[in-house]
Design a protein around this ligand. Structure first.
Ligand SMILES: CC(C)(COP(=O)(O)OP(=O)(O)OC[C@H]1O[C@@H](n2cnc3c(N)ncnc32)[C@H](O)[C@@H]1OP(=O)(O)O)[C@@H](O)C(=O)NCCC(=O)NCCS
Length: 379
């Protein structure tokens, strides 16, 4: 067992009410270290957020409990830990992250942090641990998920996860679309999709969701976890109502961020059946993120995915004309979605691994827990 460095401190982060509050220092430090780690891994700054933009994501939410810790070495912030515990009935899962500055890797800090992740999962009675990690291009041995789609280098992070009992379940492609050419291809694709989607029309709104769309949007959001390719990962079916939509909207709107939803409406029934979300931070010259896109399974085959994506992008040119590019994440086996993205002009810029571990039954794991916890500096 490696002992973590003597100057290691893992400190629970109190969530401040506002970033101006006296107790906001650790939250601010956590955001800064998050941004640095993402830039170190991806080589670009598109994932950055200001502390004020990140804060609403940690507002109290009955849908999930969020734990987070700041990792300090000799008093300097070097990383963060997060464990999110969804509150869906019967949930077995937690989503976790450990993000450390590269300069401190390989010294036993990740191992100490990981002990806290597992003990937190067990405290909540959860046995399925899932995490996503970006794996930058590297030479040498590669790892394939059981889906057979995509691969990642067997790098430091992959080894760390494997040696702690996690399995690579899915590879996600990170793609980027250059917005600076005004999207000529997208106009044509949008026209063709509109012709193919007779019987539907697009509707658009900026968050917060207008009352007339809340019910339909809530239903589509609840299908994200059931209708998207999940490989061997475990996702709870989520219940979405108006209150949950309002809380999700607030996470973006309260931070002053802008989100555009483009949905397809089935004319015969009035139902919303497909949607796409584009989101940008306060600084409209930053990169845009594409959040969820989904066509309900009963309405596939009418080019609705292409329609909502293209209509969204074209409207986006007016909302954030100086945003240089859009980033999106897709399962490598999600060919229908990748076909749409590739036709639009998205190009791969990186790959993430989705990792999962199922903990042993608590009744047989007591001995293992006792051995594992000695490496943790706790909180
Ligand atoms: C993945 C990550 C958390 C690992 O953290 P880390 O501090 O490098 O991990 P450790 O140092 O504890 O362990 C790494 C290896 O170094 C070894 N090690 C531990 N202490 C050591 C020491 N003092 N000297 C030399 N090696 C040591 C460990 O045994 C381990 O080897 P193993 O995997 O074969 O068991 C870190 O690389 C990271 O933050 N990556 C970016 C974010 C990310 O991808 N997170 C993962 C999913 S959210």
């Amino acid at each position: 067992m490696n002992t973590p460095p003597a100057g290691l401190e893992i400190r629970p982060i109190a969530i401040p009410r506002t970033i101006g509050d006296a107790d906001a220092d650790d939250f601010i430090a956590m955001t800064q270290v998050r941004n640095l780690v993402y830039a170190e891994i991806s080589g670009h700054d598109d994932g950055r957020m200001t502390p004020a933009e990140l804060l609403p994501n940690y507002a109290p939410d009955p849908a999930e409990i969020r734990h987070c810790w700041l990792v300090l070495l000799d008093g300097e912030p070097v990383g963060r830990i997060g464990v999110d515990v969804p509150q869906e009935e019967g949930s077995r899962v937690v989503y976790w992250l450990i993000e450390l500055r590269r300069c401190v890797w390989g010294r036993g800090i990740g191992t100490a942090c990981y002990a806290l992740v597992e003990s937190t999962a067990r405290q909540h009675g959860r046995r399925v641990l899932q995490a996503w990690a970006e794996h930058p291009p590297a030479p040498g041995e590669r790892l394939q998920p059981p889906t057979g789609f995509g691969s990642i280098p067997l790098d430091h992070v992959a080894r760390f996860l494997q040696h702690r009992g996690h399995q690579l379940e899915q590879v996600e492609r990170i793609s980027a679309l250059d917005l600076r050419d005004g999207l000529p291809r997208v106009r044509e694709l949008c026209e063709r999709a509109t012709e193919a989607a007779a019987g539907y029309r697009t509707v658009q709104w900026r968050l917060p969701t207008p009352p007339e769309f809340v019910e339909g949007y809530a239903w589509m959001k609840s299908r994200m976890n059931t209708d998207a390719p999940a490989a061997g990962l475990e996702f709870d079916e989520e219940t979405w109502d108006a209150a949950r939509v309002a809380r999700a909207d607030a996470k973006i709107v309260d931070a002053g961020r802008t989100a555009l939803v483009t949905a397809a409406q089935h004319l015969e029934t009035g139902d919303l059946v497909a949607f796409n979300e584009l989101v940008i931070n306060n600084d409209l010259t930053e990169a845009t993120s594409q959040y969820d896109t989904l066509v309900l399974s009963s309405h596939r085959g009418h080019k609705l995915g292409m329609l909502v994506k293209c209509a969204g992008l074209l409207a986006w040119l007016d909302i954030a004309p100086r945003s240089p590019r859009v980033l999106t994440y897709n399962a490598e086996e999600n060919r229908p979605m990748l076909d749409i993205n590739e036709a639009i002009g998205f190009e791969p810029i990186g790959y993430e691994g989705a990792w999962k571990k199922v903990l042993s039954d608590p009744s047989t794991a007591a001995a293992a827990d006792t051995a594992g916890s000695s490496g943790s500096s706790g909180s």
